[in-house]
Write a protein that binds this ligand. Structure first.
Ligand code: H2B
Length: 94
């Protein structure tokens, strides 16, 4: 799995306007959600977990009551790869 070339990043990230790019650790993207309560937040996390297992690509994430934050980066590549962008798109489509 190849890291995305920095020169290609800007245009690819326009497809994911709700995600913010973070350059540390070779690059990652993060999106935050606020749900009505913990039950809704955890239901969402369950769906993401099933998606991640099926796609064999896994999020770094945190949850505090009704808030969920997901960071995607490819550990095997040491940065952002097309798998992160693909998973972000799938999460957006949930
Ligand atoms: N998830 C993420 N985010 N990065 C990886 O490099 C990664 C993964 N690698 N999920 C996968 C699993 C790999 O370790 C397995 C063996 O396919």
């Amino acid at each position: 799995m190849q890291k995305i070339e920095p020169s290609r990043l800007a245009s690819l990230l326009t497809e994911l306007p709700q995600w913010r790019y973070q350059p540390e650790r070779g690059g990652s993207i993060t999106r935050d959600w606020v749900f009505v309560d913990f039950n809704e937040a955890f239901a969402f996390m369950t769906r993401v977990a099933l998606l991640a297992e099926r796609y064999d690509h896994h999020p770094e994430w945190s949850n505090v009551y009704n808030r969920v934050s997901i960071t995607l980066t490819t550990h095997d590549a040491g940065g952002l790869s097309s798998r992160d962008l693909e998973l972000a798109q799938r999460i957006d489509n949930l």
